[in-house]
Design a protein around this ligand. Structure first.
Ligand SMILES: [Zn+2]
Length: 93
């Protein structure tokens, strides 16, 4: 009888392997802490897909979330001026 990892394939297997390595939020569903967010040092967003939609709460008083679609390798600027870059989930940054 295979264990949970032995029976898992595809993205489910990748998720279990990341959790085994200590990354308990491999899909970044818990939210991320913003970094510098400049054009030269954008906030890095990881993804296993070629595109990812993110939500930016542009300031502390914002009552809405601004959604931005990122493409792999692309750096995009939110209307608030914060830069985000989408990189492969396994990439070294
Ligand atoms: Zn923003």
């Amino acid at each position: 009888m295979p264990d949970e990892l032995g029976g898992a394939v595809g993205i489910e297997r990748w998720e279990l392997l990341q959790k085994a390595k200590g990354d308990m939020d491999p899909f970044l569903l818990d939210g991320i802490k913003l970094t510098h967010g400049t054009k030269d040092k954008p906030t890095i967003i990881r993804s296993v897909c070629d595109t990812r939609t993110i939500g930016c709460v542009c300031d502390d008083d914002a009552t809405t979330v601004r959604y931005i679609e990122l493409c792999m390798g692309e750096t995009r600027r939110c209307q608030c001026g914060h830069f985000f870059k989408l990189v492969d989930a396994d990439a070294e940054v």
